[in-house]
Design a protein around this ligand. Sequence first.
Ligand code: DI6
Ligand code: FE
Length: 399
Amino acid sequence: MLTLRNATFATMTPDAAAYGLVERGALAIRGGDIAWVGPESEMPTSMSHWPQEDLGGRLVTPALIDCHTHIVFGGNRAREFELRLEGASYEEVARAGGGILSTVTATRAASEEGLLASALPRVDALLSEGVSTIEIKSGYGLDIETELRMLRAARRIERERPVRIRTSFLGAHAVPPEFKDRADAYIDEVCLPALSRAAEDGLADAVDGFCEGIAFSPAQIERVFGHAAELGLPVKLHAEQLSDLGGAALAARDGALSADHLEYLGADGVAAMAEAGTVAVLLPGAFYTLRETQLPPVQALRDAGVPIAVATDCNPGSSPLTSLLLTMNMACTLFRMTPEEALAGATRNAARALGIGDAGTLAPGQRADLAVWDVGHPAELAYRIGFNPLHQRFFAGKS
Ligand code: DI6
Ligand code: FE
């Protein structure tokens, strides 16, 4: 049992105005969960004798949640970065066998230990900014064994660090060279069997796909989602990143937790997502890296009441980014989101994009995953660039 005193709390609870701010607040932790939060003067007397920590007037928010990453991978793509600076486009590099496929080669060559060891410094960078939960996708193996190895490495991060990991099976990320021009055969012979194995071994919390001209068609994604439904796994989708194939609407029809990227999302897709309660996960790091000019339809999403999350999309190609604070800044500066929307996007709505009910806000019964910041107001979190004001992080009540 512990009470945190003398702080401002941004509870980020739904429908609360202005970050759900509680000034001169206090928060009580019992058994790793939040027992109470509110103005310090109103703290129940039963809690007033619990051990206490004075936070010196700092700001406390829910710990941050990075709800879309590909943080486990082999090698890096600095060479591709150079090629793109010499004029090649992301799609040209991909079609020439570079891009995702070059990471596939490096990932297949890496051991589980190696994948874990190379991911940990990236994970540490996120944790140092107050992140408590990270979603991690497979999708750089594209053969059964390597897909499973990626997921096992991702799961092991939870044993190495105080962090919660949610895994997504992304077998439908790209067509590997041995199945070139045979995407359907790849789905039948590798993707679906790998998904069955991942589910059997408890390695996947959700199923993702990449619906795009350079990846899989809506019909192919439907087959993967059909198998996910048979296995009882929720789905999410990389949709409308480079073109509008109607992926977000497809995902929404299947009750997807989220549709992600969405730069080319049209009105039909927005309406379908609103209807299904599918979260829009925006990834400004990929938009920035690829120097996209087509903005995601933020105002239309807002108007329709679609919850918006933001995430790093940490991956070696389109978003070699390991700062969720910088991502929040980019969401504001590039996508014109407000600092409050950016913080909600990295807390409450990110939890929802992962189907997690016990994190992302400060309220009784939620896990005590907290970030304590050396700032006076929550807008400062998205406002600063390249500055980390984290003072302390609590993970399930432990700092
Ligand atoms: N979209 C992305 O932005 C990442 N995957 C995807 O489907 C990029 C992956 C990569 O370039 O390695
Ligand atoms: Fe991605």
